[in-house]
Design a binder for this molecule. Structure first.
Ligand code: TXA
Ligand code: MG
Length: 325
């Protein structure tokens, strides 16, 4: 935790005044506004360039406050909240009356989570309200995992940036629809499906694209400027070299089993073998390849279990629907 107490108080004051505060969470940096202030929430959408129908997550300071923000907490939701909060899990539940429709994109449900980062928790405690926050990037692009990523992308549009160092988890929270009897996963993320199933004692359905409210309208998400193509791991080097020969500036996310292979490409990032380390670095790798001037990124999908499921989901979305969905 690098933010100072004075900074936390200034940030809480900015939220009270209707301002926007970028803050660290364990997953990615968020762009926060007072969840109960419709005008402040509207500014979040404006700064991100995000369609107003695309709902935000309300961040709260502890599981004990959940009942203040939602209409009903089914037993399974209670169990998940108690087990995984603070942490990278978001629960979709029936909207409580204090949550304005501006935050839910007009839905009668609301997404809520307790972030597991000391700076986020200190901010929520100092503010003592709910903070509606999407990831602090422009709509559709790569989420920020450092305060510098936020400053580079949003600059003066944000009233205050709290620096809490690089994010530990690196991919967004797992979103679970807990409105029904049996919960289902709407977006894989930092809490693995296996961990959720172990706590619930039953298998979970994964609808990893259903949280996109208008399928097909947004061609890609979590996307760098460079086009991303996904190929089998054993084809990454050959595809990259071919495209480079054809005049593209190729960036490579080199799978761990090929880490020592020489590659003729513009820029190469050797992907860590540990899924925890890969998730932590994924967005920084994509930003780095953009920054180094790549116009094409060749990557392969990791095995889709544990955190590999979230990484594969982000790479597919970054590549866009044409190639992957
Ligand atoms: O880790 C995270 O979740 C980060 C940090 C900042 O907390 N936040 C984040 O927010 O990823 P955002 O806005 O980039 O993604 C939130 C997702 C969106 O895809 C949205 O569609 C979904 O949550 N969502 C929000 N409310 C929903 C609801 N009521 N029903 C279904 N999906 C919802
Ligand atoms: Mg986002």
């Amino acid at each position: 935790m690098t933010a100072r107490t004075g900074d936390i108080e200034k940030a809480a004051e900015a939220l009270r005044a209707g301002g926007l505060v970028a803050f660290p969470t364990e997953t990615v940096y968020g762009l926060g506004a007072n969840a109960e202030d419709p005008a402040a929430v509207a500014r979040v959408f404006q700064v991100k360039g995000r369609p107003p129908s695309h709902p935000l997550i309300v961040h709260i300071g502890g599981a004990e406050h959940l009942g203040d923000w939602v209409e009903d907490v089914p037993p399974m939701a209670r169990l998940l909240a108690e087990h995984f909060w603070p942490g990278p899990l978001t629960l979709v539940l029936r909207r409580g009356r204090r949550v304005p429709f501006e935050a839910t994109g007009g839905l009668e449900t609301v997404a809520v989570r307790v972030p597991g980062h000391p700076v986020a928790l200190a901010l929520l405690s100092a503010f003592s309200g709910g903070v509606a926050a999407p990831s602090a990037n422009r709509f559709g692009s790569v989420s920020p995992t450092t305060a510098n990523h936020v400053r580079a992308e949003l600059g003066d549009a944000v009233d205050f940036v709290l620096d809490g160092g690089p994010c530990e988890v690196g991919v967004e929270s797992t979103i679970v629809d807990a409105t029904g009897e049996i919960p289902s996963v709407l977006r894989p993320g930092g809490v693995t499906r296996e961990d959720l199933e172990a706590v619930l004692g039953c298998p979970l359905a994964v609808h990893s694209t259903s949280h996109v409210r208008v399928p097909g309208q947004h061609p890609s998400h979590y996307a760098p400027r460079a086009r991303v193509i996904l190929v089998e791991p054993e084809k990454v080097v050959a595809e990259a070299e071919l495209a480079q020969e054809l005049g593209r500036q190729v960036g490579v996310l080199l799978p761990p089993s090929y880490a020592d292979a020489p590659v003729q490409a513009h820029a190469v990032v050797a992907v860590p073998g540990s899924m925890v380390a890969y998730a932590r670095g994924l967005y920084a790798f994509l930003r780095e390849l953009d920054q180094r001037g790549c116009d094409l990124i060749v990557a392969s999908l990791p095995v889709e279990e544990g955190l590999g499921l979230a990484i594969a989901n982000r790479l597919r979305r970054a590549a866009g629907p044409r190639l992957s969905e």
